[in-house]
Design a protein around this ligand. Structure first.
Ligand SMILES: Nc1ncnc2c1ncn2[C@@H]1O[C@H](COP(=O)(O)OP(=O)(O)OP(=O)(O)O)[C@@H](O)[C@H]1O
Length: 586
């Protein structure tokens, strides 16, 4: 053990050195009172000292400012006895002024020995001067006390008598120092073992205090996970939530690797601490990231701009979505392909009480059997984002056996995360035909939302197109300043079987092709008549007889023209009677 003694007065230094010679530890002694003492002590840890020994106010100050243990040389009964014996025969009035260890000890000794010396207790350094001034005015001449009191008394012209520490007090401090050192050594050893174990782990550990500062983290966390963690969750919100509720689970992603995050409150410290443990999700067999996507809470980059929505139908959907976002029940979003179901799921998540944790999207139509097993089986991923949202996209595309598995999983595990699902097929038809489980639908569709096709919300085409122009400008470095009214009318005239996804594609193409600063009606017409037709043709179902294919084409054009027979006949180059006859056959 190496000890540094900070002696508030010169004489103490000599005594410590003398007594230290016969000790089995190394001791170095410096002289320094109060702030000077703290300054000397602050370098102790760097110089390899294990413990500090000091006295009175200086010891107290050092203890507050540095982290290595500080042992106090206490004022003993012998010390008091010695000084009182010395002053009892002094001519003139004497008083004892000091902090409780000195003043209380003195009072007891005075009482026992029937010495008539008054005692004044002070609790703060600032009280010393006024107390001494009062005593001076009251005719006192001698002041007995600690270093601070004596110095101050002498400054005021009084006679100061220092209560010095005797041999016994110093030897007792040495003994205490050894005991404390042994205790700390054992503790440090345990701590270093625990730390080494944590450092070896390929898992992240991080501890935050209530002011959201990191008080501990292992190397693995610092080097590999710190950034993703901070980008993925809102630490302030999550730490506050854990302190009030106790537990937290969510999932984050870093370079296609998923990490389960578990947060717990640590008990037994003077301030609340929150521990996060980050465990890797093992997915050797398959690349989970192909079907599962994690969106961090801080990445809500392109939310639905609700002020851009003009159609009453869509406004009502958004109002319900906002209301639902505050509830715990599962939400089922239905709507044709490309109507914005995923966008709406994001909107709900970021408006909800679960918004401080990530949004985990599982695209059911992309999942392989192994990935499905990973989600519900070994890794139990669906239940690992309890504080966030799980979005099961295209739920209508999962097989009956997977539906059954999901159903029993949900019944058994009851995940606490918010669940949102989306489907584009008419689910009631699927239930009727026996390809979708009635029970699963009712379990997940506690709060249903239905998105209208774009053809039923044409008022929104204008504003949404402008959002897409802006996006395409950024993407391709173009400077399109706007879109002509006539061009918008052209867009509104179209039927949009591919909904918003298709509108986005059309705007994208138009922006790429446009030459002038504005998108003109002709630009839109050209794209709609060529590109769109091409892709529609490419996706056309050519099975069946010629008659059946013809029927499908007629129906498609008729729908695209808003069931207007004159326009349909014109486009197909047939007369209205023929069209009417053919439509009747469909
Ligand atoms: N209100 C909106 N404002 C701007 N862009 C939107 C809006 N709604 C949807 N989009 C965009 O339209 C496209 C389709 O949206 P989304 O993927 O949410 O639809 P979906 O119904 O989930 O599609 P699918 O059924 O094909 O999976 C996306 O590129 C999305 O960003």
């Amino acid at each position: 053990m190496r000890a540094l003694a900070i002696a508030p007065y010169e004489g103490l230094k000599e005594l410590i050195i003398e007594l230290g010679r016969s000790q089995d530890f190394e001791i170095q002694v410096e002289v320094g009172d109060l702030e000077k003492g703290v300054e000397l002590a602050s370098r102790a840890a760097d110089q390899g000292f294990d413990i500090i020994i000091s006295r009175g106010g200086t010891a107290e100050l050092i203890q507050k400012k540095i982290s290595i243990p500080v042992i106090e040389i206490e004022v003993s009964g012998y010390d008091m006895l010695r000084v009182l014996t010395l002053v009892r025969d002094y001519p003139g009035k004497a008083a004892i002024v000091g902090f409780p260890p000195i003043s209380e000890g003195a009072a007891t000794v005075c009482q026992l020995l029937e010495i008539d010396i008054s005692t004044y207790v002070i609790s703060k350094e600032e009280e010393v001067k006024p107390t001494l001034k009062q005593l001076l005015e009251a005719g006192y001449e001698f002041i007995i006390g600690d270093v601070i009191t004596v110095k101050e008394a002498e400054n005021l012209g009084l006679n100061g008598v220092l209560v010095t520490s005797g041999k016994e007090s110093i030897l007792k401090a040495f003994q205490n120092a050894k005991k404390i050192h042994n205790y700390f050594s054992r503790l440090r050893r345990k701590l270093s073992i625990a730390q080494q174990i944590l450092q070896e782990e390929e898992e992240g550990f991080v501890v935050f205090d209530t002011r959201f500062n990191i008080v501990y983290s292992n190397t693995f966390f610092t080097e590999q996970l710190n950034k993703t963690f901070k980008d993925s969750i809102i630490i302030e919100d999550v730490v506050t939530e854990i302190i009030s509720k106790g537990k937290y689970t969510s999932i984050i992603e870093n370079n296609n690797i998923f990490w389960k995050v578990k947060g717990t409150k640590l008990q037994g410290y003077e301030i609340s601490l929150v521990l996060f443990r980050l465990q890797r999700v093992e997915s050797n067999q398959s690349r989970l990231s192909e079907g599962v996507n994690i969106i961090a809470s801080l990445m809500n980059s392109s939310p639905i701009k609700s002020s851009f929505i003009k159609s009453d139908q869509m406004k009502m959907v958004l109002q319900s979505a906002e209301r639902y976002s505050k509830k715990k029940e599962s939400i089922w979003i239905s709507g044709e392909k490309g109507t914005g179901k995923e966008k709406l799921a994001h909107y709900i998540h970021f408006h909800s009480f679960k918004g401080s944790a990530p949004l985990m999207t599982v695209n059911c139509s992309l999942l392989t059997v192994e990935q499905w097993n990973l989600l519900l089986g070994e890794e139990d991923l669906l239940a690992s984002n309890d504080n966030g949202t799980v979005f099961l996209k295209n739920i209508d595309s999962i097989s009956l056996s997977n539906q059954k598995e999901l159903m029993s999983y949900l019944m058994k595990n009851k995940p606490k995360s918010r669940i949102i699902v989306s489907s584009s097929e008419n689910i009631l038809t699927l239930i009727e035909s026996g390809t979708f489980l009635y029970d699963l639908y009712y379990l997940l569709a506690e709060l249903p939302l239905s998105l209208p096709p774009l053809s039923k919300r044409k008022e929104d085409i204008d504003h949404i197109s402008r959002i897409f122009i802006n996006e395409s400008n950024t993407k391709y470095g173009k400077q399109i300043a706007g879109i002509r009214k006539e061009a918008i009318a052209e867009l509104e005239d179209y039927n949009w079987p591919g909904n918003i996804t298709q509108l986005k594609q059309v705007i994208n193409e138009t922006v790429l092709l446009a030459i002038g600063p504005f998108i003109e009606k002709e630009d839109i017409k050209y794209i709609l008549n060529t590109k769109v037709k091409e892709t529609e043709m490419a996706h056309m179902d050519l099975t069946g007889t010629l008659e059946e294919i013809e029927q499908r084409i007629i129906k498609q054009v008729w729908l695209e023209e808003g069931m207007n027979q004159t326009k349909t006949a014109e486009r197909l180059g047939i007369n209205r009677t023929t069209l009417w006859r053919k439509l009747k056959e469909i």
